[in-house]
Design a protein around this ligand. Structure first.
Ligand SMILES: [Zn+2]
Length: 304
């Protein structure tokens, strides 16, 4: 039985959704717990629904970005939850020093407000995943699908009985009536790898996609085509601005207008616009995509 919980990040609905599967014996498997700032909200909601937060024995982390799993350590400490995570992400869950340092460079004094406290997990509570691995919990079984592109250390989790793919960020962001946006943060957004991952997702022929931002999406085929088209569109747009010799500071307001128009054209409401910016900040995609071009295709940035 699948339960979806709006974690109400910063008291805002439709930004972070937490998925929980309940096994026949009552054990709960959570897919991405959100940052530490939403821990109490999610615990309260699980208890109000009679599911019992203490039954969250397994957390399947799609990736280690703080909006997805910054609060994993709290679940482990309070309830003894085992955290399943990609081998590249695992060391950073145990010792989050580097993760915190790089996030602090981006968010500076807003770190605590956005994400709360961040602590390391005991190594014994971290289960390192492998591509294709079956994770069995009571009568539930999910399989691991490595899906780099948004982040190098990204897993999606496939639940065959319902043909749902818990997609983290690899299947993008959709809020309200808005379009599908590809979150492109630094440091390792990679267009080629992302496209390969989208093909892996398509090959499963999912009935539904679960997005952390935000919730279940029907019509995965249409959704994934829109995502891939927009990912390419944004990447090419960014390369053109770089070829014009513009700095990231100069590009940002232009990118905000460019993507703002896409949101409005699709029929997003003002509240949706705010939720998009909270879930997928424009500034992150500017930095991420500029870095992608400089790192992977510097030859294409040489002006004629
Ligand atoms: Zn992410």
């Amino acid at each position: 039985m699948l339960h979806l919980i709006d974690a109400l990040h910063l008291n805002t609905p439709n930004v972070i959704c937490v998925a929980v599967l309940q096994a026949g014996d009552g054990t709960l498997v959570m897919i991405d717990c959100g940052p530490e700032t939403v821990f109490e909200n999610v615990v309260r909601e699980l208890n109000q629904r009679g599911l019992g937060a203490q039954n969250v024995k397994h957390l399947l982390a799609t990736h280690i970005h703080l909006d997805h799993n910054g609060g994993a350590w709290r679940w482990q400490r309070e309830f003894g939850t085992t955290v399943h995570v990609h081998p590249v992400g695992a060391p950073h869950m145990i010792d989050p020093g580097k993760l915190v340092a790089s996030a602090t460079r981006i968010y500076s004094e807003r770190m605590g407000y956005l994400w709360g406290e961040i602590q390391g997990l005991p190594a014994t509570s971290v289960a390192v995943t492998a591509d294709g691995q079956q994770i069995k919990v009571s009568d539930l079984e999910l399989s691991v699908l490595e899906t780099p592109g948004h982040a190098q250390h990204h897993n999606a989790y496939w639940f065959e009985p319902s043909k749902i793919l818990f997609a983290g960020d690899v299947a993008g962001v959709v809020i309200g009536k808005g379009p599908v946006f590809p979150p492109c943060p630094p440091p390792d957004v990679n267009i080629e790898k992302w496209k390969e991952s989208l093909n892996r997702v398509r090959a499963l022929n999912p009935a539904q996609l679960f997005l952390t931002h935000f919730g279940l999406q029907a019509r995965p085929d249409v959704h994934l085509t829109e995502l891939e088209t927009r990912l390419m569109d944004w990447a090419v747009w960014m390369k053109e601005r770089m070829l014009e010799g513009k700095s990231e500071e100069k590009i940002l307001p232009e990118f905000q207008r460019f993507t703002g128009d896409q949101l409005l054209a699709a029929g997003a409401s003002p509240a949706d616009l705010q939720a998009y910016e909270q879930a997928d900040p424009a500034g992150m995609s500017v930095t991420g995509l500029c870095r992608y071009w400089r790192k992977h295709h510097p030859e294409l940035l040489l002006q004629a």
